[in-house]
Design a binder for this molecule. Structure first.
Ligand SMILES: NC(=O)c1ccc[n+]([C@@H]2O[C@H](COP(=O)([O-])OP(=O)(O)OC[C@H]3O[C@@H](n4cnc5c(N)ncnc54)[C@H](O)[C@@H]3O)[C@@H](O)[C@H]2O)c1
Length: 336
């Protein structure tokens, strides 16, 4: 594989850590951006770490010194956090993304080749009006039910359109050709479950929280009903999806944004699996009506046939393997 210079925003986050390790293991040179400093181990993997806000011009200028071939733009305010402060969510999620699309455009023009822009979208772009509708609809395709019910979902759906606009339509009235400098590609992640971090700020956090609490022998009160169902994925599959989409030949891609799925258990099924592994665990359900409402508006599962057909997407971890081979050994080691 050719060594590339890759810009990674949100490098200090859940996905950022795993992606940073993966990209540098493959010999790429990574420029990392995050609000918070990276650990010395993660910092040592990077060519440069820029600590700062993606809304800050100085941060963009520092990144622009490099010839960057790919941008993985992960920095964002997640669903629960953005819903608690919608205006900040909009600034970080939309204006922040716009800054990096503009950076990609300038870099692509300067280097005379398109910069690949990898975007982590989400199932929060979907919005289903009632639980009955959700159960009746089942798997949603990319174009179904695009009526987001959170600021985060609104931001991400708009960003998907911004990516398409910058790639295909940018300044379309200009006498010069201004398109073709960005190659925007994205996946809509389900809830991601990591063995190494306890997430904060996501509405799908009940699954990882349940597992991490049990491993620490702490009781857990789940904030959704036992029948609550949304799709989930193991972190290694999520990171692999982004990297494989980046590597896919452009001529194979029939769309810019892809659904990706792996497994879609109910909260009760997750609790059962956790209880089997940690028999002393105490899991109770005390649904928070408002957070439950958000989960109910997200699809029970996704149709990811376009990703499978176009770039060979296939999850390697089903629920059982995620639990037995990824979560259980790593989490047990971490808390022992
Ligand atoms: N984790 C999931 O289940 C999931 C699901 C769907 C989509 N996503 C998307 O994947 C991306 C990464 O998610 P994650 O789970 O790693 O989130 P995270 O919250 O763990 O990481 C986000 C990182 O971005 C940084 N950040 C936030 N605001 C910033 C700013 N203004 N300037 C600079 N850095 C800033 C944070 O410090 C953090 O390190 C996000 O765009 C998220 O929307 C995640």
């Amino acid at each position: 594989m050719n060594k590339k210079t890759i810009l990674l925003t949100g490098a200090n986050g859940e996905i950022g850590h795993t992606l940073l390790e993966d990209l540098t293991n493959h010999g790429h040179s990574v420029i990392a951006i995050d609000l918070h400093p990276l650990s010395p181990e993660h910092e040592s993997l990077c060519e440069e770490v820029i600590v700062g806000n993606i809304l800050d011009e100085d941060v963009i200028r520092a990144a622009e010194k490099h010839d960057i071939h790919e941008i993985y733009h992960l920095a964002a305010l997640l669903s629960t956090s953005a819903e608690r402060n919608p205006e900040l969510g909009h600034r970080v999620n939309v204006e922040g993304t716009l800054n990096f699309l503009q950076l990609a455009y300038r870099l692509g023009k300067r280097m005379g080749e398109p910069v690949k822009f990898l975007f982590p979208s989400t199932i929060a772009v979907f919005g289903i009006a009632s639980l009955d509708d959700k159960m009746r609809i089942g798997k949603v395709s990319e174009e179904d039910c695009l009526m987001p019910m959170t600021m985060y979902g609104v931001n991400k759906l708009y960003n998907e359109h911004l990516g398409r606009y910058y790639s295909e339509l940018y300044k379309r009235l200009s006498p010069e050709t201004e398109t073709g400098f960005i190659d925007f590609r994205g996946v809509r992640f389900p809830g991601l479950i990591s063995a190494f971090t306890v997430p904060t700020g996501g509405t799908s956090d009940f699954a990882p929280e349940m597992i991490h609490s049990a491993a620490q022998h702490k009781p857990y009160t789940c904030f959704v009903r036992p029948d609550a169902q949304i799709p989930f994925m193991a972190m290694p599959d999520g990171v692999r999806a982004l990297v494989e989409l980046a590597a896919a030949p452009a001529e194979n891609l029939t769309r810019r944004i892809y659904n990706i799925g792996a497994f879609a258990p109910s909260a009760a099924e997750i609790a059962d699996i956790v209880r089997k592994a940690f028999p002393d665990t105490i899991i109770t359900f005390s649904p928070d009506e408002k957070r439950q409402g958000i989960i109910d508006s997200w699809p029970a599962d996704v149709d990811d046939s376009a990703a499978r057909n176009d770039w060979g997407w296939k999850p390697q971890y089903d629920l059982e393997r995620t639990f037995n081979e990824y979560l259980l050994p790593n989490i047990t080691k971490m808390y022992s």
